[in-house]
Every structure is written in C-alpha cells, then in structure tokens.
Design a binder for this molecule. Structure first.
Ligand code: G6P
Length: 606
C-alpha cells in the first residue's frame, strides 16, 4: 500500500508534502518521510509512526528544498522503524515506492556484489541502488530509470528525485495507482487526486507501464514500450477541503451517523421515485438471458457481495459465484460465456480485486463495478460503473461504504429480477418501498446509543466473541466479527448459526459473549434453536432482533431492539447495531478507532 507524493514547486515544499501526506494516511501510517533536493544535494527527514511525528521532526530540523517527494508507509518488507521508512536514498537518488518488488532479493545480492551498501530491510532500497548503478553507467537519469524499471518484477508506483537535478522528478507505475497534477510552473505527483486537491484539480492518471518525466514546465509521458504518449488531463471533482469529524469524536462515528443521508442519496440515484421502480444504467448485457453472476471483493466489500449473492439468487434466480479476490485471482475458475462479473470496492484500487477484474475480462465477462471512488482504477477498467454515494470514508473500518454497497446491490437485484421476470412490478414496488424506509429506521436505531455504551463494558472484558447469523444474516455475522476485531483487537468470529454445533460450540462458556443477528424472518425460529444451544452451555447472549422477542425465554445479556422493517432491507438495517457495538467497545477500550494498528484503508498490494 503506502501513499506517495511529489512536488516540483516554487517555494520550499516540505509543508505542502506533509499536507498531501495527511490526505494519504488512509493508505498506511506505520511511518512517514520526505526528501528534497537542497543546493544540489538530497536531504531527508523520516519518523516512525504517524505523520505528526514527522511534522515534529521537521519543526526541529526543517527542509528547504523546492523539489521533493514524500511517503506514508504500510509496512510490507521490514519492520515499521525509521530506518525502513521511505524515502530511501543513495548519494544521488531518492525513491518513494508503493507496491512490492518481488525480485528484490536477487537485485539486492547482485547490487551488494557491486559494492552497494544497504541500510534498510525494504524491497524499495533495491530500486534506489539499481537506479544509482544505472546512473553511474549512463549519467542520464531518464535512461537510468528506464533501464532500472525494466529489471523490476512485481507492482510499483514510484517517485524519484536526483541530486544535482532541481527541475526533475521521474514517476512510473505498474500495478499501483499514480496521478500527475498540473500546476502553474509547478508539477505534482500523488497516489490519488485527493492528495493533490489543495494544489490543483487538473489531473492526469498514468496507465499501466507508464513512465513520466516531470519538470516545472510540464510532463512527458512514455508508455510501456517507451514511446511518447499523450494521456488526457481531466478536471478532478475531488474537494480540496480536508473532511472533518464535525461534532463527532471519531470519523467512524461521523460516518456511522451519516448513513441515513448517504443511503438516501445512493437509493435516489438508483430508484425512480415516481414509478417506485429501480432505474439503472444499461449494463450492456441481456439480463433476461443471464447465466451467471460472479462477484469478487475483499474485506467488508466482500461481505456486501455475499449479501448480494443471497439477494440475487433468491429474488432474481441467477446462480452467483462469489469469492474473496485474493483466492479467485489464482483459482482459474471457469466462467461461462455471457456472464456478468461484479466487483465491489470502496476505494476502487484494491490490488486483488483489480487482478480478478482483469482475469474476468480475459474470460469474456461483462464487467460492472460498485465503487465509491469514481475516478479509481477499477471504475476506469469497468464496462459499467455503479457508484455508491457514500462520500469520502476516512475511518479505516468501513461503515457507510458497506451499507451504500448493499443499497446498490439491492437495486441491482431488482433490476435483474425484473428483466428475468422473477420479480413482478408489484413485488418490485413493495421491495423498493422497503428500501426507502431504511434511512428512517437507521435514524431510529441511532437515536439512543446508551445501551451500546453499557454493552461495551462487558464486551471489553471478553477474549473471544462469536457472531451468529443464518441465511442473509450470516454475512452480517461475518461483518460484525470483522468490525469488532479490527478496531477493538478482541478476537471475534462470525459463523452460520447452523454451523455452531460443528465446532465453535466447543468454545462456549460463561466468558464467551455470543452476538446473534436474528430478525424475525422465516429462519428466526431455527436461529433461536441455536441460541438455546448457547444458553444451555452458559453462553452470554446478545440478541439483535425486532419485536419483543426474547429468544424463547433464554436469559439475555442484552437485547438490541431494531425497528420492524421489510425483511428485504434487513441486511442494510442490521449493519448499524453491529457497527455501534464495535465502535463503542473500541472507544471504551481506548484503541485508535479511526486508524487501527496494522491496517490500512486502501490495499494496493497483494
Ligand atoms: C481494507 C479496508 C477494508 C475494506 C477492504 C477492501 O481491508 O480496511 O475496510 O473493506 O480493504 O477495500 P475496498 O476499497 O476494495 O472496498
């Protein structure tokens, strides 16, 4: 992952580099660093941990260069120490890198044999010495980078500056995203347009295999064959304002509370209110003849996709294959002609998801993506983009993006079902109506959070927590467990309620809270039977359900009551209590809710 920036400016750039890095911290926050060209020399400052540590370092020991690069790291190779922090450099070359250089060991051995001395454990440092070696041979930075890049295997986006070259920065991408920003007698480089928003809205996205030579007067771009190429400059719509927390203590809380509004916006985008039916862009495929839908995604987006599978199979009667992208990309799964491949991604940059997209394209699938960032690589490589209107999501644990993904998937289910004749106009209207009530019900759930605060006291003492759900609520159990473990660090597992007796029941005792997602639907009684099995073994039950149901007389540790709602909308609605449970538990435990340890928001490495 990691975020990279670069500036060729007309005043000292270190503060601007730090500001841009702040917008990229969602890509990692293990360490940060910047390097500038000062009086012909390379100078750098680096610090372990969050960006504020680097800012402090710069206050004590400022940098004055007007050409510089910066980096915020999510550690892959080497511990998150200062010596492993980027930029890495030799006397002549400094590099920031996002991605993984897979052949770094061979390169390192070779370069060490030629006398290069390494002082970090990173794969990136091999790139520095490789370019330095090429530069020793040819004395031309552009040629040196070209030669070096040809020898790299893996995925990378790099920004490079050179001692003695104040008006030069070279960038290259293969696999990882990279954008160029055009300024007035200034040029910018960034992992995304958000980083560059305060400086310019004129953005050029580099394509696979591109190398760009930036000078203050402009950029020359070369394609993967080394030929000069023109890439369009577009006006970015990204706001230059840093999104703030409003009155909330954390971005996660703000984003949970934004859900009624952003769900409304996403639903309005896909629903013709006057007709009470869904209104989607043409997917460019005959949906009435659809043989299969293949869904792929990672993390929380994968669980949204899993809900989509339950919906599409049940209501539109089309078989759905779903797998996490890191598995599907290597499974060589056969995909029948005429299939629709659907990708779900908040960032639109997740490396594994993108790789599956390319595999599915090669297999002749029609590519549709549900993304929150419309300018992302996944969006740009899709035949049809179905945007979520969640707005920027800053908290690493996904909340509003998840429920907006569900809203888009629910509508898509209706679209496919209508085309296939499995959903009548009356049923469509009924289900649309159910969806339109979600924002109101969500607001009701969030009206009083005291019971979540109380529950947090008890949950914080647990070492393990189980989440159970059945049918379409099973993905919610998985998502609930993910949410809790990623921000509170309590071990949590989600299980299909019926699977309890095949293993996890062995864990149940009075110290293991079991959170059960059990709305009153047609499977409710079966889930309650599983709750009884937990109660019989002394487990502590937290029931999330509607109605006055008390799980057939079981003693409950808590009963989180959810308003009555149309069962079609349950997965969207029941996402809110599981988010609030995780949030309040993490707050009570004092963890870093918005930037939990070891995680990053956008995962652009395998
Ligand atoms: C990371 C994030 C998760 C996210 C997943 C997929 O793990 O921390 O919140 O669900 O990546 O990201 P995407 O941007 O593809 O939805």
């Amino acid at each position: 992952m990691c975020g990279i920036v670069g500036i060729l400016g007309s005043h000292p750039v270190s503060q601007d580099l730090v500001d841009a890095l702040r917008r990229l911290e969602y890509r990692g926050y293990d360490s940060a660093g910047i390097a500038t060209v000062e009086n012909g020399h390379l100078e750098r400052r680096r610090a372990e941990g969050k960006l504020r540590n680097l800012e402090q370092r710069l206050l004590e020991d400022p940098l004055q260069g007007m050409t510089g690069i910066g980096h915020t790291r999510w550690a892959t190779h080497g511990k998150p120490t200062e010596s492993n922090a980027h930029p890495h450099m030799s006397d002549t070359v400094s590099v920031v890198h996002n991605g993984i250089i897979e052949n770094f060991r061979t390169l390192r051995e070779d370069l060490a044999g030629k006398g290069h001395v390494f002082d970090s454990d990173t794969d990136t440092e091999a790139v520095v010495h490789l370019i330095t070696e090429e530069l020793n041979n040819c004395d031309d930075p552009v040629q040196a980078v070209r030669e070096a890049i040809a020898k790299l295997e893996g995925a990378f986006a790099v920004g490079i500056v050179f001692a003695g070259h104040d008006d030069l920065m070279i960038a290259a991408r293969k696999g990882s995203p990279l954008a160029i920003g055009h300024g007035n007698e200034a040029m910018y480089l960034g992992s995304d347009a958000i980083a560059l928003a305060p400086f310019t809205d004129e953005i050029t996205y580099l394509e696979e295999g591109d190398m760009a030579v930036l000078r203050r007067a402009g950029a020359e771009i070369f394609d993967k064959d080394g030929l000069p190429v023109k890439r369009p400059a577009i006006r970015s719509q990204v706001s230059s304002f840093l999104v703030d927390k409003g009155n909330h203590r954390h971005f996660m809380a703000k984003e949970i509370h934004e859900q009624p509004e952003v769900i409304s916006q996403t639903l309005s985008h896909y629903i013709d209110m006057a007709e009470g039916r869904v209104d989607y862009p043409d997917l460019g495929i005959d949906l009435s003849d659809l043989t299969r839908v293949t869904i792929s995604a990672c993390g929380t987006a994968y669980y949204a996709g899993l809900v989509g599978k339950y919906w599409i199979e049940r209501f539109a009667r089309v078989p759905v294959e779903i797998d996490v992208a890191s598995e599907l990309r290597y499974r060589e799964a056969p995909l029948p002609a005429g299939g629709l491949a659907l990708f779900v991604s908040q960032s639109g940059e997740t490396a594994d998801t993108l790789a599956v997209l390319r595999y599915c394209r090669a297999q002749g699938q029609r590519i549709a993506s549900i993304v929150n960032v419309r300018t992302s690589t996944i969006a740009r490589e899709s035949d049809v983009v179905l945007p979520t209107l969640a707005g920027p999501e800053i908290g690493v644990a996904s909340t509003k993006a998840f429920t907006c993904q569900l809203a888009a998937l629910a509508g898509l289910t209706l679209l496919i079902g209508r085309a296939r004749g499995t959903i009548s106009p009356e049923l469509e209207q009924e289900l649309v109506q159910g969806l339109l009530e979600v924002p109101r019900h969500m607001a009701e759930i969030m009206a009083d959070e005291t019971q979540y605060e109380h529950l947090a006291h008890d949950l914080s003492k647990a070492r393990d927590v189980l989440y159970l759900g059945r049918g379409i609520n099973y993905p919610l159990a998985l998502e609930g467990a993910l949410k809790l473990k990623e921000i509170s660090y309590i071990h949590a597992e989600g299980y299909a309620a019926g699977e309890l007796k095949h293993g996890p029941i062995a864990l149940i005792d009075e110290n293991v809270p079991v959170i059960v997602v059990a709305p009153e639907d047609e499977l409710h009684d079966k889930t309650v039977s599983n709750v009884q099995e937990v109660a019989a073994r002394g487990g502590k039950i937290i029931l999330i359900s509607n109605g006055a149901d008390d799980a057939a007389g079981c003693e409950l540790m808590a009963h989180i009551q959810v308003p009555d709602a149309h069962p079609f909308s349950h997965p969207i609605l029941y996402a809110v209590p599981i988010q609030l449970i995780a949030y309040h538990t993490a707050v009570f435990m004092g963890t870093d809710v918005d930037q939990p340890r070891n995680l990053a928001k956008s995962v652009t490495v395998e």
